[in-house]
Design a protein around this ligand. Sequence first.
Ligand SMILES: Cc1cc2nc3c(=O)[nH]c(=O)nc-3n(C[C@H](O)[C@H](O)[C@H](O)COP(=O)(O)OP(=O)(O)OC[C@H]3O[C@@H](n4cnc5c(N)ncnc54)[C@H](O)[C@@H]3O)c2cc1C
Length: 454
Amino acid sequence: MNLDADVLVIGSGMAGLVAGTVSASAGLKTIVVTRGQGATADSSGALDILGYLPEAGSAVGSPLEGLYAISALHPLHPYSLLGFEAEEGSVNGDRVVEQVRAATEWFLEQMRASSIPYIGTLDELLWPLTMLGTTKPTALLQKTMDPRSLDEESDSTVLFAGVRGFPDFHSSLAAKAFLEARQSEGTGPRRVSNCTIDLVPFGVSHNLSAIEIARHLDRPEGVDALVQQLRSSIEMSGATHVVIPPILGLREPVARKDFLEEQLGATIIELLGFPPSVPGVRLQLALEDILRMSGGTLLRGHEVASARISDGRVLRVTANAPARSIEIEASAFVLTTGKFIGGGISGITDGLHETVFGLPVFDSHRESTEGLRPQRLTDLVSITSSGHRLFGCGVGCDETLRPITSDGDRYASNLFCAGAVMAGHNWPQEKSGLGVALSTGYVAGQAAIGKVRS
Ligand SMILES: Cc1cc2nc3c(=O)[nH]c(=O)nc-3n(C[C@H](O)[C@H](O)[C@H](O)COP(=O)(O)OP(=O)(O)OC[C@H]3O[C@@H](n4cnc5c(N)ncnc54)[C@H](O)[C@@H]3O)c2cc1C
């Protein structure tokens, strides 16, 4: 079987779905081919743009400030590529900010019409609470996680509510960590307490996952049970705010939050969680919806295994599913296969490999990683402020987001690249993962449109 498209996007995480939606919205025949979900669905759903500069221990003042600093200090960072001016031979920080702002505003607009509206801007960091009771810097947040009322109201009483049988969240430990952090800063709340509620989704009361609880809360009877369970704890503690794991349904979390607040008279805030992550799945589903609504096609369960290249152009790729193999031709291709979790980069004993085109893999400084065992790119200490070099590794791209060969030449004139598969951003250390995927996906989608129309 053969398919053809104007633009073929490989991978359906944040980068691929954004690139595909941009292309389909411009009226081009767009296919996003994917073997399944990647890191986007596993993420906390908080869209980090830039929290820390590479190798720096303290957070930036704002994402905007961070973008200007990256542009000045790290010309090979994916953000910097978006503002690289070939004639000047330098990165224009204003251009970087302009491109990231355009992508961010586009994303906020798309999400406003979805069931998971986001809040936030480039002008300030948000500090949502995690399930450990700590905070982390981010830029854009699902509305159900907005922590700002906790800072605005110092006279608050905060109730941490866990769910019996859900082992990922210990409400008493989180409450303790939160209180200690607030006391050391000399800020509110007035009082913190914790409780454990019984929800028993689908008759199960042990080893629950956040996804199971969220599915239960997608049903009206699940939410009614949650209201009843929380009511007595709120009355006993006098809570003005209730913080809960991210479980308020996969599809309509804002409606659930509004209903709970109306019934209980307290502000409800979801925490950032761990995989399997309900907000990550919500984001994945919302992005898939906007691709379909824009006219794009999502072809799931197909792994792109090889490509046919001729005269410096990608002609077609072969995608394999368990029971068939298909050839897909296109005028422009966008590679968004992610890193180790997505599957775009694999690490085996003889080194790191890009899995579709066999592109060379570089580190953040554009040094070749050829022949290096992945262990050589990690630190003995698992958590370090400079991060592990391994996470900065990926495909090297020029300023048009076209992948380069080990000689620094363009690999193909109609192949673009976006997201975690790109070298040059150490996302766990910088807190830049979904922001890089969004911004480069947005620009790569436009570049693919330009290529098809040229
Ligand atoms: C546990 C965890 C928590 C995170 N938390 C955050 C966070 O809080 N904030 C944040 O900003 N970032 C976070 N990140 C990072 C962020 O999720 C990633 O940087 C981002 O999602 C990358 O998006 P992507 O589209 O580039 O790749 P992915 O989302 O990984 O998508 C890659 C896609 O390519 C597909 N694919 C791969 N190979 C092939 C092939 N050969 N053929 C067809 N399809 C293929 C995969 O199936 C997948 O669909 C987190 C990551 C993890 C793992």
